[in-house]
Design a protein. Structure first.
Length: 62
């Protein structure tokens, strides 16, 4: 069980670093809003995070 928790934590930290590296601080804020909204079961906060991430990803295409 501790190995699974360690691997899960490592995966989450790595994913956050990749998002921050590729999309900067705005991407990290969007990911944070999405995560907090899902954990708190708040649709408005998670939707705001999803919109921020979607705008970052679709920004060059607009």
């Amino acid at each position: 069980m501790p190995v699974l928790a360690l691997l899960s934590t490592l995966l989450v930290v790595t994913f956050e670093q990749v998002v921050q590296w590729k999309y900067g601080a705005t991407g990290l804020i969007g990911l944070l809003l999405l995560t907090v909204g899902i954990k708190a079961k708040s649709p408005s906060v998670s939707s705001a995070g999803a919109v921020v991430l979607a705008l970052l990803v679709a920004g060059p295409a607009l």
